[in-house]
Ligand binder design. Structure first.
Ligand code: SF4
Ligand code: SF4
Length: 86
């Protein structure tokens, strides 16, 4: 399954929980500060994401949104439009 994550870098406190939670190594810490002075997490290898939602479940700041690809019988092929409930 194909997934996609969006991280709100201004909410992120750089705790790295999401990095350890991701089974596929999608997320990494950026090398620049956000406005609060934290190094935020970012999807470094977005093509590997399956939309499993583990990262979002671990995030204490609710900074991660997870999207999953909808199957071709229910939507246009390749379209990512189903947002997970958190
Ligand atoms: S949704 Fe799953 S695969 Fe995608 S970044 Fe989060 S933990 Fe990794
Ligand atoms: S778990 Fe949340 S707050 Fe922690 S690094 Fe990841 S996105 Fe940032």
């Amino acid at each position: 399954m194909k997934g996609m994550i969006v991280i709100d870098e201004e909410l992120c406190k750089g705790c790295t929980y999401c990095i350890y939670a991701c089974p596929l190594g999608v997320i990494a810490i950026k090398d620049r500060f956000n406005k609060k002075g934290f190094f935020p997490a970012s999807p470094k290898y977005p093509d590997k994401c399956t939309g499993c939602n583990m990262c979002a479940q671990m995030c204490p700041e609710i900074a991660i949104e997870v999207y999953r690809e909808v199957g071709p019988t229910r939507s246009r092929k390749g379209q990512i439009c189903q947002k997970d409930m958190q």
